[in-house]
Design a protein around this ligand. Structure first.
Ligand SMILES: Cc1cc2nc3c(=O)[nH]c(=O)nc-3n(C[C@H](O)[C@H](O)[C@H](O)COP(=O)(O)OP(=O)(O)OC[C@H]3O[C@@H](n4cnc5c(N)ncnc54)[C@H](O)[C@@H]3O)c2cc1C
Length: 509
């Protein structure tokens, strides 16, 4: 009989949880969640993340108790917390999922590994998602992803053997702690999604059967995208549902829809969703394979292109960065997205790209502080996806097309009647639709009639789109055309590029 601790990190569920299943098969098992100062104090952390985590923990604890086990909660550093617990519980094995995280959690995992080697407590890390550790080559990665996803998701253990009473009776279970109890401010995100396995399951079900029919068509607009997107990202980020569970549910739904002549839109939407589940792991794999991308450009040929050191920023850089953060750029869709994020922690993919593109190209700001701010704003902050995407949308990979969005054109394309803009930027509530792309061009009389004086009630644009676009385009294309940039692009592609055709279809030709 092996006595185990299952260390829950970004896998706050009991279903499809391989470490929990494996530990429970071998003997008495308790789960552990640790509020770690390194994680709570990371620049990317926001109290809203903790609120979501706590909601997940509440459910996990109830489910574990119902099966005979329990959840221990601690606040402290690792591995010191494990050491103390080991003194009380004398466990033989530690189980967890592999984590593709920030440098701080990577370093912590190395410390835990040393502790486990030293004490003889066997630490087994099992894969979560489709990230492969270690990965020698990107060739054939999609096939490996598919093979892993094809495995049937694991049921939650129905009965878990408890630790002997005499061992566990004196051990404090620990409390779920609110942000303020951990020295953090309250979350400002009063409209954020709720965590927990039951919410994740309900979202998946409503997406696949009710909300998702027009997903493919609507995903880029912040208006319809709000309901048409799956909204599962925070649940994937904290593991209140596994990618494999979502993948199987999507497969089942796709099978149901096969041959139905009225379900064309549904089929296209489910296929798009399935593709994105793969992207989730594809992007995380990049950080797994090259952890340095948390701090360094994918393509080293672009080092120095933008100023990273905030102390060397001009006053104008700082002022523009603050305006961008606070939704006061004078570009209505940029501002609406920022204000929406501040309250809810979610915005759709296209709008995220536009926010980064605006900061990177229009304001020519380095992606690192931009990414830090957005990480705090996104309830679904997932390091591997986030840092890869922020770099990609800033043009730092050298292998993706350069996309400089026109924030005014995006209004016409994605929010032509201003439903989203008016909700989040009330100063623009009475501005006629045709002026929403560029409110600064409203004649004085229209401004008066719309109760929106430009420069008084709503800012004039902090940067001229046409000039900024032209300059940014010239700079990025010049940088990309250098021989060292081409060499770096080849290296980046070899290491991280998605092989468009999975090897299976390649071998068929
Ligand atoms: C600058 C930037 C930063 C981003 N940061 C994050 C982040 O920290 N965490 C995060 O989960 N997503 C991030 N994304 C990707 C994407 O915007 C979100 O996953 C998506 O908007 C979440 O909404 P959803 O769950 O309704 O997604 P859906 O459209 O319903 O997609 C389903 C799932 O697929 C995955 N997915 C979808 N699009 C992408 C994508 N482009 N790349 C990788 N995975 C994808 C997500 O896990 C998502 O939950 C970022 C995108 C950009 C442009």
């Amino acid at each position: 009989m092996t006595r185990s601790i299952v260390w829950l990190k970004r896998c706050l569920r009991v279903h499809d949880h391989a470490p929990l299943r494996e530990a429970a098969r071998r003997g008495p098992t308790l789960a552990l969640y640790v509020y770690e100062p390194d994680v709570l104090n990371a620049v990317e952390h926001d109290p809203s993340h903790l609120v979501f985590i706590n909601q997940c923990l509440l459910e996990v604890r109830d489910q574990l108790r119902a099966s005979g086990s329990d959840l221990l909660i601690r606040h402290g550093t690792m591995p010191e917390t494990l050491e103390k617990l080991h003194g009380q519980l004398r466990f033989d094995a530690l189980w967890s999922h592999e984590e593709t995280g920030l440098a701080a959690t990577f370093e912590r995992d190395k410390r835990v590994r040393r502790w486990s080697d030293h004490t003889g407590v066997r630490w087994t890390e099992l894969p979560q998602h489709g990230v492969v550790r270690p990965l020698k080559s990107r060739d054939g990665w999609a096939d490996r992803w598919r093979a892993r996803m094809q495995e049937i998701p694991l049921e939650a253990p129905t009965r878990i053997e408890p630790y002997p009473d005499d061992v566990v009776s004196s051990v404090h279970r620990g409390e779920i702690l609110k942000p303020t109890e951990l020295g953090l401010p309250e979350s400002e995100k009063t409209g954020a999604q709720v965590g927990g396995e039951s919410c994740a399951a309900a979202l998946l079900d409503s997406f696949l059967h009710v909300r998702g029919e027009n997903y493919q068509k609507d995903m880029s607009t912040p208006v319809e995208g709000w309901d048409s997107c799956s909204r599962l990202s925070a649940h994937f980020a904290y593991g209140s549902i596994s990618i494999r569970t979502a993948h199987h549910a999507a497969l089942t739904r796709a099978t149901e829809l096969k041959g139905d002549p009225t379900a064309k839109s549904w089929r296209a939407s489910i296929a798009s969703f399935q593709k994105r589940l793969r992207w989730h792991c594809h992007f995380m794999q990049k950080l797994e394979d090259e952890p340095e991308i948390e701090f360094r450009n994918f393509s080293r040929a672009f080092d120095g292109l933008r100023e990273e050191d905030l102390s060397r920023w001009t006053e104008e850089d700082h002022a523009q960065f603050i305006a961008w953060q606070n939704g006061l750029t004078g570009y209505p869709l940029v501002d609406a997205c920022m204000r929406c994020l501040k309250r809810t922690g979610w915005i759709n993919f296209r709008m995220r790209s536009m926010l980064v593109s605006f900061a990177a190209y229009h304001l020519w700001l380095h992606w690192r502080p931009v990414a830090e701010h957005l990480a705090q704003q996104f309830l679904d902050f997932e390091p591997g996806i986030h840092y890869s995407q922020c770099q990609m949308q800033s043009g730092m990979t050298g292998i993706n097309a350069v996309r400089i969005y026109s924030p005014s054109k995006q209004v016409i394309d994605q929010d032509p009647t201003g439903l989203f803009i008016r909700r989040w930027v009330p100063e623009l509530r009475d501005v006629p639709d045709e002026h929403l792309p560029n409110p600064e061009l409203m004649p004085a009389l229209t401004q008066r009639m719309a109760n929106c004086g430009i420069g008084a009630d709503y800012p004039a644009p902090i940067v001229d789109h046409a000039i900024a676009y032209r300059e940014a385009r010239a700079k990025i294309h010049e940088a990309r055309s250098k021989p060292e940039a081409r060499e770096e692009a080849a290296r980046v592609y070899e290491k991280h590029g998605s092989r468009r055709r999975p090897s299976r279809s390649r071998s068929k030709r």
